[in-house]
Structure formats: structure tokens, C-alpha cells
Design a protein around this ligand. Structure first.
Ligand SMILES: [Zn+2]
Length: 297
């Protein structure tokens, strides 16, 4: 009786093992298949990201943005390779260029080149026997504009004060003292009023003192006017007050609070004084708040 029972159990066990084997086998192939499917999916997904499958417009945009990036990097290189002598007064100097070149190279003096003299000839510099071309120097400096950016400035001064003015401008720039514009007065046709009303800082401009044949301090290149619109020249004669420039009349009241005012304690006034200049704001007859001049030999 025991034997057939054992056989039944044996057969049952074999069937169970077989079924388990089949089940395991199925599971194994299923999982293998799903991995392959996943792999295939992934592969096709990658393919989707490939540019070949990208719609043309997107591709075009991508290519253009790559081009722009290339151009930008080229421009940065070009900026970095900026030739200082080819820059123009009024130009903005980028911080990256300054960082690479250093500020010292932007401050220099030179004899009036033919190019500079051509701008001045018959404009701020008429043919005359009082001041020679060789007595004047062309200065290149940096100044912080009212926009907070670094600009290239230019001045023509007497060679006797060239180093003083270079030093002063260097220190003003280092301390970020705001000076709006610094172009040769020839850019204004040597017209004082035009230059002053545009708040242009300048120095040499040939002229004689009214009623005399003596050269004025500007005519000798020994005077500099700083931010003239905010620091006008105020004259009172026979009870009549004149203000130069005319649009500087807003800034005649020196007790009023406004920017760019040259007054006691101002860095510009301090530096010019240290270099032996006289300030027009300290005169009694005329108050010329923009004006600094130096008496030499
Ligand atoms: Zn002046």
C-alpha cells in the first residue's frame, strides 16, 4: 500500500519541480527581454536627442547661438588686444582691458603729433609768435565719467605743467573722481561757451587777456577748467552778474547742495593746490570755480 502512495508523491514532486523550472525559465527570459527592451528604448531615446533628429528650426537656432558664442569670444580677444594709441578720446575702456593692460599705459604725454596739431591748427592754435607748438604737450589720461565708466580723456597743456596735470589726473582717476568729458576744445571749434556748456574739461585755448596783448593762462596752456558747467565762472561788474557758461547759472549758489561741486575739501581742489596751482574759486574779483592755473618761472 505504501509504494503506490510513494510513487504518487514522487510523480507530484517531479511535476512540481518541472513546473517550477518552467516558471523560473519564463521569468528568466522575460526579465532578459525587458532589459533588452529597456536598452533599445534608451538607445532610441539617445538617438532622439541627436541633432539629426532635431527639427530644423531648433537646429538652426542652436547653430546661430554657437556662432554668437564664437563671435563673443573673438570680440573679447579683440578687446583684450586693443591698441591704446588707436583709441579715441571719449571712448569707454572696459574693465577687462584695464585689468589686462594696467592703467599706467593710458596716462602719457607727447609732443603735438601732426595728427593732433592738424586738429588745433587755426582753431585753438592760431599762427602766433607767443606760444610755440613745441612748448605744448598732448596728454592722454583716463577719467571716470558721470556714467561711472572709464573714459579716455585728452588735454593740451604747457610742457611746464604736463607732469603735474598727469599726476593729478591719475590720482583723480584712481579715486574715481567724476569728470564728465575731456576733449580738446577744438572739438567745439575752440568756442569756450560751447565747450563749457557741454561740461567739457579742457586746458589750452589761445587767447589774449581782454584789452591787452598778453596771453591768458589758457592761452599759455597753464590753466585747466574742470567740469565747467557745475563750476561756472561768475563775474559781477557794475552791478551786473554774468555767468559762464550760461547754463551753469543753476550752480552759482555755492552753498546749495549738488554733485560735481568744486569747493573746500574737494579732492580736485586739494590735488591742484598740492601741485602749486591757484584756484579761481578763491579769487575776490571773479569767482571762477572751474579754473586752476599755475604760475611758472
Ligand atoms: Zn579757466
Amino acid at each position: 500500500m505504501g509504494r503506490p502512495k510513494h510513487r504518487k508523491i514522487y510523480i507530484l514532486l517531479v511535476i512540481l519541480f518541472f513546473m517550477a523550472g518552467v516558471l523560473l525559465g519564463i521569468r528568466y527570459f522575460q526579465s532578459k527581454e525587458s532589459v533588452e527592451i529597456r536598452k533599445k528604448d534608451a538607445a532610441s531615446h539617445i538617438k532622439k536627442e541627436h541633432p539629426m533628429k532635431i527639427p530644423k528650426e531648433t537646429e538652426k537656432a542652436q547653430r546661430e547661438s554657437e556662432k554668437v558664442q564664437e563671435q563673443e569670444s573673438m570680440e573679447t580677444e579683440e578687446k583684450a588686444e586693443v591698441n591704446i594709441t588707436e583709441t579715441q578720446a571719449g571712448d569707454v575702456v572696459e574693465d577687462s582691458v584695464l585689468a589686462q593692460k594696467g592703467m599706467e599705459q593710458f596716462f602719457y604725454k607727447e609732443e603735438l603729433s601732426d595728427e593732433v596739431f592738424a586738429r588745433m591748427d587755426g582753431v585753438s592754435y592760431p599762427q602766433n609768435a607767443r606760444i610755440g607748438r613745441d612748448e605744448l604737450r598732448y596728454l592722454r589720461v583716463l577719467h571716470t565719467g558721470f556714467d561711472g565708466k572709464t573714459h579716455i580723456g585728452e588735454l593740451v597743456v604747457n610742457q611746464k605743467i604736463a607732469d603735474d596735470v598727469l599726476d593729478i589726473m591719475k590720482e583723480l582717476y584712481e579715486k574715481r573722481y567724476p569728470i564728465e568729458k575731456m576733449l580738446l576744445i577744438d572739438e567745439y571749434g575752440a568756442d569756450d561757451e560751447a565747450s563749457m556748456s557741454d561740461n567739457n574739461t579742457s586746458a589750452f585755448n589761445y587767447r589774449t587777456i581782454a584789452g591787452t596783448d598778453r596771453l591768458s593762462k589758457h592761452g599759455q596752456g597753464l590753466a585747466v577748467d574742470i567740469n565747467p558747467r557745475y563750476n561756472p565762472c561768475v563775474r559781477t561788474k557794475n552791478g551786473i552778474t554774468t555767468v559762464e557758461p550760461q547754463n551753469g547759472s543753476t550752480y552759482v549758489d555755492r552753498n546749495a547742495d549738488f554733485s560735481y561741486k568744486i569747493t573746500e575739501g574737494d579732492l580736485c581742489l586739494q590735488l591742484f593746490s598740492e601741485h602749486g596751482f591757484t584756484w579761481g574759486g578763491s579769487w575776490n574779483s571773479v569767482k571762477d570755480y572751474q579754473h586752476f592755473e599755475k604760475a611758472v618761472e
